[in-house]
Design a binder for this molecule. Structure first.
Ligand code: PXG
Length: 464
């Protein structure tokens, strides 16, 4: 039996794709003028397209293929589970072995007293669960008015109505009447773009203190939770100054509000720790997980919840759940993925060996004339592009124009390195080797050179 692969010429695949497949976060008409790249197979850190080209995937798919592509063990785990029990639900006083094993394993891996897991099929669903969980928790405790959740501008928590409301992507809010009621936002700790004349540390502190100001503005008895990514991913790999997280933790503790760490990207080794909360030294009450939980081999996500919240919720009927909450095949694949991460000491290797190596190489790009700030934690990093490093100036063109031009060169050089506005971002599979890191950096540098030449040729090498 063969997989559904390249059975048509690329141009025909592209035409069918443009005609019938509606793409996420895309301008659909673009696919009519320029076909999508058709990915047909992948191994390790490399993708292969329908023209037989090998591409280095420095984004691990969408930040998720932590153990790399092509691991037979996960395919076997899925096949085994499909034969044994392809589906059963976890409603109505039933359960099954894979979901029990995975929940117990996650309780073991997660820090502190995060011992209880509510499963979903994605990060968006899990964050929707969190909204209802937080509000139910406070209602059960006799404080139903404590229903406001604070998120951050330029944070990303998913694409459903609830999770996109928690997020702070203005382009998403503009479509569909978001945010939903009871969600507020504070500024992000993005010193490069928003720090002005302040030092990074002073700015980090100020941005953390916006949380306290917002709590007081809304009323401390109205705020139920604060949600944040330990390192902002989709917002451009924004690493907060060191002063930020200790102050956030102090404020959260002072007002007794729940801290939700969205670990969808940061979890499962991405930061060189099992969870980004450990890297940032914070103590969340709830962690959102997805992506690296199964290395993307199956759609699965969830919320890992602390003893206190679980105990309060446990006393009421929580009227919430998804058909595929704790899907047995997804659980079996996630378990196998966690076994590989543990047995092959992949997280330790990122922390001790390949993470530091990538950091050194990635930071060497700071000498490029177009690169300002370089930020990297574990295996997620970003480069801020600028025409003037000293003033941290933006380009005169619309934000993202230059980033897109560099992204185009990356694509042409068979490197998946993305842009968010005018930041270039990487998030490679955690199993990337030193020689593959060398290749990544060489292709990135070449793309920056070519991108800069294109920017100059277009007359955009100018501070805005
Ligand atoms: N939280 C975080 C921190 C995420 O990064 C989600 C929640 C939502 O997960 P699902 O599984 O519902 O997509 C995400 C997802 C991008 C990009 O362009 C990032 C995500 C998804 C799609 C695109 O960087 N992150």
């Amino acid at each position: 039996m063969s997989a559904i692969t390249n059975h048509l010429p690329t141009s025909e695949l592209q035409a069918l794709d443009a005609a019938h497949h509606m793409h996420p976060f895309s301008t659909q008409n673009d696919f009519n003028t320029r076909g999508a790249r058709v990915i047909t197979s992948a191994r390790g850190c490399y993708l292969h397209d329908s023209d037989g080209v090998e591409i280095l995937d420095a984004m691990a798919g969408l930040w998720c293929v932590n153990i790399g592509y092509g691991r037979e063990e996960l395919a076997e785990a899925a096949a085994r589970q499909m034969r044994e029990l392809p589906y059963y639900n976890t409603f109505f006083m039933t359960t099954h072995v894979p979901v029990i094993a995975l929940a117990a394993k996650l309780a073991d891996l997660a820090p502190g007293d995060l011992n209880h897991v509510f499963f979903a099929s994605s990060g968006s669903e899990a964050n929707d669960t969190n909204i209802r969980m937080v509000r139910s928790y406070w209602a059960e405790k006799g404080q139903p008015e404590r229903d406001v959740i604070i998120g951050r501008w330029n944070g990303y928590h998913g694409s459903s109505m609830g999770s996109a409301s928690l997020g702070g992507m203005v382009g998403m809010h503009a479509q569909g009447g978001l945010p939903i009621p009871g969600i507020a936002h504070i500024g992000q700790p993005n010193w490069w773009a928003e720090g002005g004349e302040m030092t990074a540390e002073a700015f980090g502190l100020a941005r953390a203190q916006e949380l306290e100001a917002k709590i007081l503005e809304i009323g401390a008895d109205r705020v139920g939770a604060f949600i944040a990514e330990p390192v902002q991913g989709a917002g451009g790999v924004i690493v907060a100054p060191d002063s930020y997280w200790p102050e956030v933790q102090r404020i959260v503790d002072k007002y007794g509000i729940l801290l939700i760490a969205d670990e969808v990207i940061c979890g499962f080794g991405r930061t060189g720790h099992w969870f980004g909360s450990q890297a940032m030294n914070i103590r969340p009450h709830i962690m959102t997980i997805a992506k690296g939980l199964s290395s993307g081999y199956q759609p699965i996500g969830g919320s890992i919840v602390c003893d206190e919240v679980a105990a309060v919720l446990g006393a009421c009927e929580f009227n919430h759940g998804y058909t595929y909450s704790g899907h047995p095949v997804a659980c079996a694949v996630a378990l196998e993925n966690l076994r590989i991460l543990e047995e092959e000491q992949i997280v330790e290797r990122v922390h001790d060996v390949t993470g530091p190596y990538l950091k050194a190489q990635f930071e060497s790009l700071a000498d490029h004339p177009m690169v300002g700030e370089v930020k990297i934690v574990g295996m997620m990093g970003s480069l801020a592009l600028t025409p003037d490093k000293a003033s941290r100036a933006a380009f005169a063109a619309e934000t993202g124009t230059v980033g897109y031009m560099v992204r185009e060169r990356c694509f042409a050089n068979n490197l998946i390195m993305r842009h968010v506005g005018d930041r270039m971002i990487i998030s490679p599979p955690l199993v990337i080797s030193e020689s593959e890191i060398d290749l990544l950096i060489a292709r990135a540098r070449k793309s920056l050179d070519e991108g800069m030449a294109a920017v100059k040729a277009a007359g955009l090498w100018e501070a805005g």
